[in-house]
Design a protein around this ligand. Structure first.
Ligand SMILES: [Zn+2]
Length: 461
């Protein structure tokens, strides 16, 4: 970790006092001589110029753009593309679960979150849709220019039934639905999750998050791998409880997403009106078709389907055979998503800010292209598809404007990359190894320029 931090500080143009404008976007920045990946098309437009004025892209042209007084950045024929979007983050959840459940204080959590946000931005992720955890203060500090980080679309505390994927109480802790004790576990005290049973409690939990500034709501719709009490095959929340969340979110113009895996749970969630599904690996082709027809999104972290998972020391050997069998059973997941034109968003699901967490996101970039058989598919997950998903927050979108595309009028979140990511995910930091990679993560050298909201955060050109 220390090498990673010192590596970052060594990047020219980084850090306070190095000339980076943190609070006010430059008036005009002209990117010259770049090849554009626009987020939509499978190819590069070569020899292009892009003008950014304040925080928006104002012109994209093959001809010379006259821009008096603009700061000029010569792209030297490199690739200019939209800033990447991670549709499934937990910036304020540490991977150190045992401590998080018992000893972590708000101070521990937010120092970690601050680092985590900084690493995300410096890996080229200019937006994170955060699907669980107390990121509201982090978001405010980033938006006010106090610290480095991506745009954050916060869900706030994930909402779980008793015994569900978000219930991290100990056996002896009081149950908020039975005892009236509102904050029985560290997870609830820190604002990571809320245990809420029944329509009234789900309404209150949803509205509590909306009050704090949630741009979307996250519920736990089924069992999981990292939780304490719920087998992965379980369905969580009744139809009426799911509908309660959808109604309260809908009254604020936004949507509900769910942690969810199985056909049974997803069918119920579709009926309730959920618009997005996290993970979702165990969908049959029939249900994938229904998801496509509903125009809903799926955000899977594909490393869950990778053989590298078995090198993760946190996955107990006793679970290996079961996971292998499931990977085999659902090996057509990605091809079916492509076949039925389901809208897919990139998901790292990383818990940070550890080296292993950083590595899992970089491994995901590479492995995902293998799983979907196409760099272009993954680049859409990272850009235009993800931008469309962020826009589903409607009036609760904290950053109105287009994200994930390079076009006139879009928000100026821009990367310049040495190399062509349509051919090689490694130029974006993609790694073909995960736990077998013993080197600590280092700044990505091929990521030459990182601009967010018209502000240059990295420039090594
Ligand atoms: Zn997650």
């Amino acid at each position: 970790m220390s090498e990673w931090i010192s590596g970052l500080m060594a990047v020219p143009g980084m850090g306070p006092g190095s000339g980076t404008t943190l609070t006010s976007p430059e008036n005009k920045v002209l990117f010259k001589n770049v090849n554009i990946f626009d987020g939509h098309n499978n190819g590069l437009q070569t020899g292009m110029n892009v003008l950014v004025e304040h925080n928006k892209i104002s012109q994209v042209a093959a001809e010379v753009i006259p821009a008096n007084g603009a700061t000029e950045i010569d792209g030297k024929g490199m690739t200019l593309m939209p800033g990447m979007i991670d549709c499934h983050t937990h910036l304020a959840i540490s991977g150190d679960f045992a401590n998080l459940e018992e000893n972590f204080t708000a101070g521990d959590l937010h120092v970690n979150a601050t680092l985590h946000a900084r690493y995300a931005l410096l890996d080229g992720f200019t937006s994170c849709r955060d699907v669980g955890g107390p990121t509201f203060g982090l978001k405010r500090a980033i938006d006010q220019g106090k610290i480095y980080g991506p745009r954050i679309y916060p869900a706030g505390a994930f909402i779980s039934q008793t015994s569900g994927h978000g219930d991290f109480r100990a056996w002896n802790d009081p149950n908020p639905s039975l005892s009236g004790s509102r904050y029985p576990s560290n997870f609830m005290r820190l604002g990571i999750g809320i245990v809420a049973d029944g329509r009234d409690a789900v309404l209150a939990a949803t509205r509590q998050n909306l009050m704090m500034g949630a741009s979307q709501i996250k519920i736990m719709g089924g069992g999981g791998g990292s939780s304490k009490y719920d087998p992965i095959d379980t369905t969580q929340y009744t139809l009426d409880e799911m509908k309660a969340a959808v109604e309260a979110a809908g009254d604020w113009g936004t949507y509900v997403t769910a942690h969810i895996f199985t056909d049974r749970a997803i069918k119920r969630a579709l009926e309730a009106g959920l618009k997005c599904f996290e993970h979702g690996f165990f969908m049959s082709e029939e249900v994938i078709q229904q998801v496509a027809e509903a125009g809903a999104f799926v955000c899977p972290q594909m490393w869950g389907m990778s053989p590298e998972l078995f090198k993760n020391p946190n996955v107990p050997k006793s679970k290996h055979d079961g996971i292998k069998a499931m990977q085999e059973q659902y090996k057509d997941f990605a091809p079916w998503l492509i076949k039925h034109k389901v809208k897919v968003g990139f998901a790292s699901d990383l818990l940070g800010p550890s080296d292993d967490g950083m590595k899992s996101r970089r491994y995901e970039l590479w492995w995902r292209a293998e799983a979907f058989g196409s760099n272009f598919e993954v680049l859409k997950h990272l850009t235009s598809n993800a931008g469309e998903l962020l826009a589903m927050s409607g009036p609760r979108n904290p950053y109105p404007g287009k994200l994930g595309v390079i076009e006139e009028g879009a928000l100026a979140d821009i990367l310049i990359v040495d190399g062509n990511p349509l051919e090689d995910m490694m130029v974006l930091g993609g790694k073909d190894q995960w736990f077998a990679d013993l080197e600590p993560p280092k700044p990505i050298e091929t990521l030459k320029v990182i601009m967010k909201d018209g502000v240059v955060y990295k420039n090594t050109l």
